[in-house]
Design a protein around this ligand. Structure first.
Ligand code: ASP
Ligand code: MG
Length: 467
């Protein structure tokens, strides 16, 4: 099992028939049969969510969704699986999954309500369906592969709906000796099963994390993630000029970039892998000889050459909840009361920045209003004002060791100041890997393109940053 690779293929590579054929060929080109974890086809998870959101008020939504998925899968299968016998098997598998999904949704519709576990179960169908099509396509090319489901192999989660963690210990016990060395396996990502037998999702984009957990549990030699872009870059090509590719990142750098908005990787992917130093290799399907050269490798090594700062990223789906009053930062117990009530309501705090008169919590935009009401309900004596600012963006600059090198922060803040942009809050030194700050949302684009230029395009400044 030593050199076994786990391979993750994702939604943006699973858009059109030619993408699916290409990714299936890539899977078949691996010298030793890999374990492949697949996410849903492009946009399917969003469609499942939209159906759940609308079906209680619009009776046509379920049949619209099922017809759409049926047509889509049929079109794929007709093209991708030419052998009649195999095609019939793939088709009947898809058909029975769609029948299950349809009756489940109809049952929820007739009840007029659904629970978090229903949502997790329904959303897992994106991956259940895509994995059947990939299985058929790979089988048609290579003829030997097995489709296995997380609930059948024992990918055990912690019973948190929508955003579960994998229980690595139990899953490792279950996966030990589960896979035959020479067979190629296809596994749907994004979900696991709780100890009580309920389907739990691993959070949006969670297939990366499923694949990482499986790689950890079988002691894989690498986790290979296939993308349709060049791995990590110094900045998002949609927003900065001349971004360069980042060939290497440490686990912490990749985790910080992912946490602060770089959509290329699920932020929890590194968690299991860094425990045992399994490298993550990110490949681009569109590169010639794609197999030979990963775009970005992530492992435990720390590289500060050629630049200590590796990349910058931003997150706009975030707001600041400010809790103000004379001495709030000073009076014991206020912060713990706030964090407790938010925790009790499963609201995640991305960061906390406090001063003597103000506690500022960075909270996702989808939860900030609820967080504000909860903090108001505490009726804290010393608090005179609670406000939520939703018109902000967080910009993060990432690089191992940056806080140890004099002048890096000065360069970052000078670049922003030169643009005449006001920094609302900043956090520096909270970790050795990231400096971040908050600006008004309308300044995001200007701030990141100026900062990117200063850090990566302007050689004089960049070379001073590593001096
Ligand atoms: N299909 C899921 C999502 O869209 C999981 C994934 O893509 O990794 O979030
Ligand atoms: Mg993804």
């Amino acid at each position: 099992m030593k050199h076994r690779k786990v391979v993750k293929v994702g939604g943006s590579n699973l858009r059109e028939i030619k993408d699916i054929r290409k990714i299936s060929e890539i899977i078949c080109d691996y010298e030793q049969a890999p374990i492949v974890v697949v996410s849903a086809f492009y946009g399917v998870t969003d469609k499942l969510i939209a159906c759940l959101d609308q079906m209680l008020h619009n009776s046509n939504k379920i049949s619209e969704l099922i017809d759409y998925l049926y047509e889509l899968k049929l079109e794929y299968i007709l093209e991708l699986v030419p052998e009649e016998h195999l095609r019939n098997i793939v088709f009947s598998n898809i058909k029975s999954k769609l029948d299950d999904l349809s009756s489940y949704l109809n049952h929820l519709q007739s009840k007029g309500t659904f629970k978090p576990f229903d949502k997790d179960y329904v959303l897992s169908y994106g991956e259940r369906l895509s994995s059947i099509v990939i299985w058929g396509t790979v089988k048609s090319i290579k003829r030997d592969c097995e489709l296995v489901l997380p609930e059948n192999i024992g990918l055990i989660t912690d019973d948190v709906f929508g955003n579960a963690s994998v229980n690595l210990k139990l899953t490792k016990d279950n996966l030990e000796n589960r896979f035959n060395e020479d067979s190629l396996y296809i596994i749907p990502g994004f979900y696991g099963v709780s100890p009580y037998g309920k389907i739990n999702l691993l959070g949006r984009g969670g297939t990366d994390y499923s694949a990482a957990a499986i790689a950890y549990c079988i002691g894989a030699s690498t986790l290979d993630i296939w993308k349709d872009v060049d791995g990590f870059m110094t900045g998002d090509p949609k927003h900065v000029d001349d971004p360069q590719q980042v060939n290497h990142l440490s686990y912490l750098e990749a985790a910080e970039l992912a946490y602060f908005g770089a959509g290329i990787l699920h932020p929890r992917t590194v968690e299991p892998l860094q425990l045992v130093n399994i490298p993550i290799r990110i490949f681009n399907v569109f590169k010639d000889n794609a197999h030979s050269e990963p775009q970005t490798v992530i492992d435990h090594n720390i590289s500060i050459f050629p630049k200590v700062i590796k990349s910058l990223t931003f997150e706009s789906k975030i707001g600041i909840l400010s809790v103000k009053g004379p001495g709030v930062g000073f009076i014991p117990g206020i912060l713990s009361g706030i964090t407790k009530i938010l925790y009790d309501h499963s609201i995640n705090i991305s960061s906390v920045i406090t001063s003597q008169i103000s506690i500022n919590l960075l909270i996702g935009l989808d939860e900030i209003d609820e967080a504000k009401s909860l903090v108001e309900s505490l009726d804290i004596h010393a608090v005179t004002d609670i406000s939520a600012n939703k018109e902000v963006s967080l910009i993060a600059v990432v690089g191992n060791g940056m806080t140890k090198i004099p002048g890096v922060a000065a360069k970052v803040f000078t670049a922003i100041a030169q643009e005449g942009i006001n920094i609302l809050l900043s956090s520096l030194g909270a970790s050795d890997v990231v400096t971040y700050f908050i600006v008004d949302k309308h300044n995001t684009k200007r701030a990141i393109s100026k900062l990117h230029k200063a850090l990566f395009n302007d050689e004089v400044i960049a070379s001073r940053a590593i001096a």
